[in-house]
Design a protein. Structure first.
Lengths: 530, 560
């Protein structure tokens, strides 16, 4: 499938960057800039939707593949292609970006640059999701930091300087270990092609000389260190507890559109990295026994699941403790992404055991949990973007994020209140809406594998309910704060238009998830070899 | 590869600036527009010729690659020398002082062609940024042109005597430019310090080269059958000395059991690397950069430091490979200090220009580190880094100069919000900053990634032997430590960017600050665009540098 003579995946990657460039040279006139950005991102979004529907789930392997020599010296090539998981993520990115641009219409300061950065960010996101070459993957993974840094640093809240620098240094420093590990693998394998690397996990034995040593140390240790490099980098991005501390600051200070894309898509880069790279590249490390303090035996997958559980529980606690509405939503991301991590931990166990001793004991559970994790990535994209949109909408009108200042706003803003409750319920995991389907799948898949951790996570769900209700109560219920009596607080038409697609997708996915779940399922089943 | 190019294009590149300098000195100092016009015309002409050289060479790289592989396959007496000679293009050779074996021998290969292009870019940018110099612009431009000619001469010289001739020729106008037009508070000290450091380094290297000349000459006198027909035994021609080196002329015991090449390699390599700012001889560089006028900082950090790295490779590694194998495994520690310590010191600076000065020390450490990997991946990365850092740092110094010209201070904490008044400069500085922190999609990543990967590869086979003590696999530790430099770089780049370009702009304090002139925009585009182009499309340069490095690797016995 070609658009303007280039294949559609490359088009998806290149077009937003070109659109960003066009934004920079357009006249500095707000109306023109806003409409131009919206129309261009709608066009790109349409291409993303087309990719999703053109993806044929019955055909195994990657589709729409393109491979062109790029950096011959290192054996890196421009290799892009999608499977069901990337197709879902491409769709999410394609949908969220125009909505984020529509929301950024409220920005009055340096409109062109702001919109250009959002479009440029989209290039980074698409690039990661379609990359099938480790170097291309890393390129876009890092590149996506730059526009987000400037969005926070330039258009963020009062504490933006601190938040943006923390975000940047955390992310850059975190991916350093991954960078070194990638170089190490490239130096040995001579290629960065992801399918080729995944197809030969015995690659690491090539490192070892005759004596089983590499660089003077045990090959297993080298491998574990490389694994930790990847693990930490993606844990920061997801974020998995305790690597999450950059997130509340970044989310809290980012402008609304920035938060929407940050929570909606950028966090998924981490989870996607686990599924695409860390699990297939290091299947044995995940299940290698680790002895903690001599009496407790576990493995990396177990540790990951434990951290995921803590993310679910502590994320919910922390969210409950917030009075700042954006920080509340930010911590809810830690909470929800914990379920993604939990699902991925199950994937890692099943994949690793199958690799090590061809055991398929956990395979069926893993397929369920992985489906749940990927669907949760998509769902969290919808609901967190929606929540940030709503938090931004109220902030834009009241200029405060302190929930104790709100109170009883339902009177002034009934439509806003309705939408707020609907979105909150989706985030809460109310049956019939999207969050329920994915969290149920994760829990169902994880239960037989990590029974106790799952049990504790489910108790954590109780606190998810608490903080969601706390948010609703603080914003909508209670006595009306007379301070706002002369304010216009009702949601604007533009904002309704921006959130309507999200609401529709939440409902559709909640009632009939098969439109996307079948696509994910076929690929997940194939990844796990089931 | 000279067929089809009857024009002595390299000589033109060297002599156009010299002629321009002479004409300028005879002009009426009041005719400022004419002076500028002649300068920019000369600079633009050499840039155009440089681009012709670069792209002319680039078009032939693929064929050259096959040829080199064939030569290596065939073996023969001296495959590395044959590969090197085959790679030379735009050659000119005229006997100069025949009794001493000196010839005016010019040529470019895959390693020097990018440097020639870089010099042209920085020359044009330097003239443009000096557009509004008030004080004796005639002399300034004339000396600047001489400096450019000297730099070009080093990059295209194939004869070692010619190489030194131009090397010293570049230092003399440099001294005058800094001492006369530099920053009042520091200029005399800095100019003196810089000149002495570089002179001492180059004199040591020169002694080494003369020793090489005699040993190689003696070798050919003893083995006249090896001598190419019609050639003199004693010669400064690099191809001939390389031929001798490949036949083992320098692997003879020299001091006791230690061979000639082991004795002289550290002196020659570090002698040149002083100019590349290798620790602990980097001290001249930040002072020199800060004291110099903007155009000179640009050419100095952008091109002149590469002269050191280039000559260290060309004369040191290429001609004394056996010494390189013995000594580079410890020199790599010095380069590591460059990378990490330079970044730390840059982070601590208050003066805008010192930040960039120390960042050059840090980044040039990566170039030397790339040479020390002694494999194709790492060395190609170093070659790319030379070009990338050259354009990037020239861009940085250009930005600093533009800010300083309008704000009259370089104190970082008292600046702020300049992007509102100077959006072009702010944008260019951000692109340069991202390049310097190795952001993917820009040339810094394209250069640093192979250097680091080369370090990983090198850690498998390089060992350091001191007496009975053997250290192996330590390159992997070094690469991890060097990667820390990236994070520190990111920290100082973000700090400077946010303090100088963002934040509140104080309109009362800086009434003169306004947007930049069109000439300044040309500078920013000229230097910024290559960073993006190489970052997106590395194949425009990497294969060329690889072809230039294959003979060196063949000398090192690593093969292509």
């Amino acid at each position: 499938m070609n658009i303007f003579g280039i294949d559609i995946l490359s088009f998806l990657v290149v077009a937003p960057a070109l659109a960003a460039f066009i934004m920079l040279i357009l006249p500095q006139q707000k109306t023109i800039a806003r409409w131009a950005a919206l129309l261009m991102s709608l066009g790109i979004g349409a291409a993303a939707v087309a990719v999703f529907f053109a993806y044929n789930r019955e055909v195994p392997g990657y589709q729409m593949e393109v491979q062109v020599q790029w950096f011959e010296l290192l054996g890196a090539s421009w290799h892009v292609g999608i499977d069901g998981v990337s197709a879902a993520m491409v769709l999410l990115t394609g949908i969220l970006t125009p909505l984020a641009i529509l929301i950024s219409w409220e920005i009055e300061d340096r409109v062109n640059v702001h919109l250009a950065l959002i479009l440029f960010f989209q290039t980074g996101l698409f690039g990661v999701f379609v990359a099938l070459d480790l170097m291309i993957f890393f390129l876009f993974y890092e590149l996506s930091l730059v526009p987000m840094y400037f969005l926070i640093n330039q258009w963020g809240g009062p504490n933006r300087q601190y938040a943006s620098t923390k975000f940047m240094i955390y992310s850059l420093g975190g991916s350093l270990g991954m960078l070194l590990a990638i170089q190490l693998m490239g130096a040995t394998a001579g290629t960065f092609d992801i399918p080729a690397l995944v197809a030969q996990p015995e690659l690491w034995t090539r490192f070892a000389g005759n004596n089983g040593l590499f660089l003077g140390i045990n090959i297993e240790t080298v491998k574990a260190l490389a694994f930790v490099g990847f693990f930490v980098a993606f844990c920061i991005k997801v974020p998995v507890w305790p690597f999450h501390t950059w997130l509340p600051d970044a989310h809290g200070e980012a402008p609304t559109a920035g938060s929407m894309l940050l929570a909606g898509v950028m966090l998924k880069l981490g989870a996607y990295g686990f599924l695409r790279l860390v699990i297939p590249l290091f299947p044995d490390v995940w299940v290698m026994p680790i002895n903690i303090l001599g009496f407790f035996e576990t493995n990396w997958a177990g540790i990951f699941a434990f951290l995921a559980m803590l993310g679910v529980v502590l994320g919910a606690f922390a969210a409950f403790g917030q009075n700042d509405i954006k920080r509340l939503v930010a911590y809810s991301s830690v909470n929800h992404m914990g379920f993604v991590a939990m699902g991925l931990a199950v994937t890692a166990v099943a994949y690793g055991e199958q690799f090590m001793n061809a055991s398929t004991e956990h395979m069926q559970n893993a397929i369920l949990a992985t489906n749940g994790a990927v669907l949760q990535m998509f769902n969290h994209g919808l609901s967190s973007a929606g929540m940030f949109l709503l938090a931004g909408a109220i902030y834009h009108k009241t200029h405060t994020r302190d929930m104790t200042q709100y109170g009883g706003l339902w009177v002034k803003a009934p439509i806003y209140g309705g939408i707020f409750i609907f979105t909150s319920m989706a985030s809460l995991g109310l049956p019939g809406l999207n969050g329920f389907v994915s969290e149920f799948l994760v829990v169902r898949g994880a239960w037989p594998v990590f029974t106790w951790l799952t049990v504790i996570s489910m108790i954590g769900l109780l606190f998810t309910g608490s903080y969601i209700l706390k948010g609703i109560r603080a914003v909508l219920h209670g006595p009306f704060n007379m301070h706002w009596k002369d304010y216009h607080l009702e949601i604007e038409l533009r904002e309704v238009v921006a959130i309507a697609p999200l609401l529709a997708l939440m409902l559709i996915t909640g009632l009939a998830p098969n439109w996307i779940l079948t696509v994910i399922n076929e690929s997940v089943t194939r990844i796990l070899g089931g | 590869m000279t067929e089809g190019f009857s024009l002595p294009i390299l000589s033109l590149i060297i002599f156009i600036p010299i002629v321009a300098a002479v004409i300028l000195l005879f002009m009426n100092p009041q005719q400022r527009d004419l002076i500028r016009g002649i300068s920019i015309a000369a600079a633009a002409a050499v840039l155009a010729l440089s681009a012709a050289v670069y792209f002319g060479y680039n078009g032939q790289v693929e064929a050259l690659e096959a040829e080199q592989a064939r030569l290596l396959e065939e073996g023969g007496d001296a495959p590395a020398t044959a590969m090197f000679e085959r790679g030379l293009a735009f050659e000119e050779k005229v006997p100069w002082v025949e009794s001493l074996g000196i010839s005016y021998h010019l040529g470019v290969d895959g390693l020097s062609a990018p440097m020639v292009l870089l010099t042209g870019m920085v020359a044009v940018a330097g003239v443009l940024i000096s557009w509004n110099i008030q004080d004796r612009i005639r002399e300034f431009m004339a000396f600047f042109m001489l400096l450019v000619a000297g730099v070009y001469g080093v990059f295209v010289a194939i004869d070692l005597f010619v190489l030194f001739f131009f090397y010293e020729l570049a230092i003399f106008p440099m001294y005058l430019l800094i001492a006369t037009w530099g920053w009042v508070q520091l200029r005399e000290y800095a100019a003196m310090k810089l000149t002495l450091y570089i002179l001492i380094g180059s004199v040591i290297a020169l002694v080494g080269v003369i020793a090489m000349y005699f040993v190689a000459g003696q070798f050919f006198t003893d083995n006249p059958n090896l001598l190419p027909e019609g050639a003199r035994a004693y010669s400064f021609d690099m191809t001939q000395i390389m031929f001798a080196a490949e036949q083992g002329a320098f692997n003879v015991p020299y001091v006791g059991e230690i061979t000639f090449s082991q004795v002289w390699f550290p002196f020659i390599f570090i002698g040149f690397a002083v100019l590349a700012g290798v620790f602990p001889f980097h001290n001249w560089s930040p002072d020199g950069h800060v004291a110099a006028p903007t155009a000179v900082s640009m050419i100095h950090a952008g091109v002149l430091m590469k002269l050191g790295a280039y000559a260290a490779l060309r004369v040191g590694v290429q001609l004394l490979p056996e010494g390189a194998e013995v000594h580079l495994p410890w020199i790599v520690f010095l380069t590591l200090i460059n990378v990490v310590y330079g970044a730390f010191i840059a982070f601590r600076q208050r003066d805008f220009k010192y930040v960039i000065g120390f960042s050059s020390v840090s980044h040039m450490g990566l170039v030397s580190m790339g040479w020390a990997t002694m494999n194709l991946t790492g060395m190609t990365g170093a070659g790319l880094q030379m070009f990338s850092h050259g354009a990037m740092t020239a861009l940085f110094f250009g930005c600093v100069g533009m800010v300083y010209d309008r704000a009259h201070t370089r104190d970082i904490p008292s600046l702020g919000g300049f992007i509102k008044k100077m959006p072009w400069v702010g944008f260019a500085f951000i692109v340069g900053g991202l390049t310097s922190m190795g952001m993917p999609g820009l040339s810094g990543f394209i250069a640093e990634f192979p250097i680091f990967q080369g370090m990983w590869q090198a850690s498998e086979n390089i060992t350091l032997q001191i007496g009975s003590f053997t250290l192996s696999n330590y390159y992997s530790i070094l690469v991890i430590l060097a990667a820390l430099g990236i994070v520190i770089t990111a920290a100082y780049v973000l700090r400077v960017t946010s303090q100088v370009f963002f934040g509140e702009f104080d309109a009362e304090k800086y009434p003169e600050v306004g947007d930049i002139a069109i000439t300044d925009r040309v500078i920013l585009i000229l230097l910024g665009a290559p960073l993006i182009i190489i970052g997106v499309y590395p194949s425009i340069m990497a294969p060329m540098i690889q072809s230039g490095l294959r003979p060196v690797l063949a000398m090192l016995g690593v093969g292509g």
